[in-house]
Design a protein around this ligand. Structure first.
Ligand code: SAM
Length: 196
């Protein structure tokens, strides 16, 4: 997992600056920003990848999960070879790429890793990035709360990780858990584990 090139998943990052107040775009293409961009994407900190609006008051729409937090969730998830694994909230694809790298030595046949993303643009970009690295992840553009999800995803999963915070675990996520399965999610700031 450590060898996963994070730059592929984070071609652009936004950082707040104080003077002049606003957001600065960092990317690998500009000699002025490349060093800061590389430092940020490899730092393990949360990286802002999409803003809601423009100008200094723009809010964060999508940011990656800080690496220590994602690794803690993966540790709790403990996926094993042969298991069907689902990520709800694919984002940049970085997390799904990490799961793929972890399970890759055991991959056979059809991809057992499925990832759901509500935003079609993020789903398309992540699909391309994952494919460029040979990752075997099936991406589905859908709402993680949609009642038709079990049908869309072709059944239940042994492991489910969700990357956006919720107030409660919705019944549809429990429905997606296979017998003996495990779901790891963030209830607010806390990591929460559900065993089926
Ligand atoms: C914290 S980011 C994902 C971080 C991801 N692990 C990564 O490595 O980039 C959360 C993602 O969940 C997606 N999301 C939010 N609500 C969703 C929903 N109801 N269904 C599916 N995806 C959703 C957002 O669009 C965003 O891309």
């Amino acid at each position: 997992m450590a060898e996963l090139p994070r730059e592929v998943f984070l071609p652009e990052a936004y950082v707040r600056r104080s003077a002049p107040p606003g957001w600065l775009t960092l990317h690998g293409g500009g000699p002025d920003t490349r060093a800061d961009w590389l430092r940020l994407v490899n730092s393990g900190d949360s990286v802002v990848v999409e803003l809601d609006g423009t100008g200094p008051d723009a809010a964060v729409r999508v940011a990656t999960v800080p690496m220590p937090r994602y690794l803690a969730a993966l540790h709790a998830l403990a996926p094993k070879p042969g298991m069907r694994v689902l990520e709800l909230g694919l984002g940049t694809g970085l997390g799904a790429g990490m799961i793929d790298r972890y399970l890759r030595p055991w991959h056979t046949g059809d991809p057992e890793i499925v990832a759901v993303e509500i935003d079609p643009a993020h789903a398309a970009a992540a699909t391309e990035r994952l494919a460029s690295l040979g990752a075997r992840v099936r991406v589905v553009t859908a709402d993680a709360f949609a009642p038709e999800l079990p049908r869309l995803l072709g059944g239940a999963f042994d492991r489910i990780i969700t990357t956006f915070p919720v107030d409660d675990v919705p019944p549809i996520w429990r429905e997606l858990l296979a017998p003996g399965g495990r779901l790891v999610t963030f209830l607010g700031p806390e990591l929460h584990v559900v065993e089926a």
